[in-house]
Design a binder for this molecule. Structure first.
Ligand SMILES: [Zn+2]
Length: 86
């Protein structure tokens, strides 16, 4: 597509729409990942925090933390490793 003829108002609207759609898609993906966790272990979805490290034992394949019981994210629920690593 060629956006060079678009005025600023259209470009802003297009950008806003893209950001909104990406956010909706991201929410959907996160919801599904959290459901994988709540289907596997006894934890409420509101307590699940998806970490950033790869985790072979996690159903999401990334480390997962309990934000209520482990607010500093010291123990992944599947591999016991902390979120902060050297
Ligand atoms: Zn882990």
């Amino acid at each position: 597509m060629n956006y060079t003829g678009w005025d600023l108002r259209h470009l802003r609207a297009f950008r806003g729409n893209l950001i909104y759609q990406l956010k909706e898609l991201d929410d959907l993906i996160v919801t599904r990942l959290i459901r994988l966790v709540t289907n596997k272990i006894h934890i409420r979805k509101e307590e699940v925090v998806l970490g950033h490290w790869a985790c072979a034992y996690s159903p999401t394949k990334q480390c997962v933390y309990n934000k209520l019981k482990d607010p500093l994210y010291d123990y992944c629920l599947f591999c016991s490793k902390p979120d902060q690593r050297v």
